[in-house]
Design a protein around this ligand. Sequence first.
Ligand SMILES: [Zn+2]
Length: 129
Amino acid sequence: MDRILNYLKDGTQHNNNQEAKKLKLDGTKYLLIDGELHIRSYVKPLTKCLRPEEAQEVMEDEQKGECGTHACSRSLVMRILHQEFFWPNIHKDAQAFVEKCSQCQYYADMHRQPVGYLKPINSSWPFIV
Ligand SMILES: [Zn+2]
């Protein structure tokens, strides 16, 4: 994220031609507003990009805050995106965060029924509502 931020601030590019092309292509997805990095998307107009330490803080607030739910990682990501925050690898970081949280593991979905074969149910009166 810093390389994109530096590219947008100063226009500094990589010496490697292929890396410079990739940076230029990635830079088109981002926009710099008041020194803060925002990403463009089709769903929302602009989403603020967070640094790793800010991302950790947002995840902790979402999970353990007053309205924290200790939900699964996908739900955590959707809640963060709904607040218009984003960072690269948001799904991996949320998955790692949920795996470390003991309460998330405690309240996770569990199958309490034993594994067994499916049993067909026959209707005694077919085609009657
Ligand atoms: Zn949790």
